[in-house]
Design a protein around this ligand. Structure first.
Ligand code: C5P
Length: 234
């Protein structure tokens, strides 16, 4: 993918999602469709947006026993996706089962094998939240630990905050893909994102893909916003 920008389509409105897809196509590398869209419209809805030429990031964050996660991933075989997510907290066997399931799908369908990346610690959780579930490590150390476990389980990368990019690349190497939300172009509203970096800063630190929602979707011209963000990377 020439363009690392993935536009987050955070809506259940399929008409709005299709309009946005038509507007930004050509100015972003891909679109992210997540739990809210998938719960409302299922695989058939995703297939109204995704195509072999424009595969999407299917962000369903699977977390269950290895058998169930593998079955869920096999059920996505018909969807044109280049990237999907599971929770690293599901453990090594679950991550390995997920990695195998995408390979099996690719072998069966002849489509390119999507990358499977892990969610480490949700950025909505802080140190107190981790303590309350019995995790005593610092958030940043726990994130790196889970990224290393994801790599040992043959995942292709992890989703991480812009502030974790360098530590994870140091621990896991440059080929381990980092998908980074929490991005704000200079001068734009941070809204509920607390620790943001600009698109260029995140790329300079080693991000592979930038997940950007409202700075594009909330703009009066999503195409122009995406174009300007892409230009700012150079
Ligand atoms: O609108 P905004 O650019 O903040 O959207 C970012 C997207 O990335 C949303 O879909 C959000 O759910 C997702 N995300 C995030 N922070 C994470 C993981 C995912 O903002 N740690």
């Amino acid at each position: 993918m020439q363009n690392p920008i993935i536009c987050a389509v955070d809506t259940t409105d399929i008409a709005a999602a299709k309009t946005l897809a038509a507007q930004v196509r050509g100015h972003v590398g891909s679109l992210k469709l997540g739990l809210e869209f998938f719960t409302a419209h299922g695989a058939a809805g995703v297939s109204q947006i995704a195509s072999p030429e424009f595969p999407v990031f299917l962000d369903l964050k699977f977390h269950d026993i290895p058998h169930t996660v593998a079955k869920a991933i096999k059920a996505t075989a018909a969807i044109d996706t280049f990237l999907m997510t599971i929770h690293t907290a599901g453990g090594k066997a679950m991550m390995q089962a997920a990695a195998e399931a995408v390979s099996e799908n690719a072998a069966k369908t002849g489509k390119a094998r999507p990358m499977v990346v892990g969610v480490t610690i949700l950025t909505s959780l802080d140190q107190n939240d981790l303590s309350s579930i019995g995790v005593s490590l610092q958030v940043s150390d726990q994130v790196v630990r889970l990224a290393e476990l994801a790599q040992a389980s043959r995942l292709d990368g992890v989703v991480c905050s812009p502030h974790e990019i360098e530590a994870i690349k140091r621990a896991c190497g440059k080929d381990f893909k980092l998908i980074v939300p929490g991005i704000r172009p200079a001068g734009s509203e941070a809204a509920d994102q607390k620790r943001v970096l600009t698109p260029k800063e995140a790329m300079d630190r080693g991000a592979d893909y930038l997940v950007i929602g409202r700075p594009i979707t909330g703009s009066t011209s999503p195409a122009q916003a995406a174009k300007e963000i892409f230009a700012s990377l150079k």
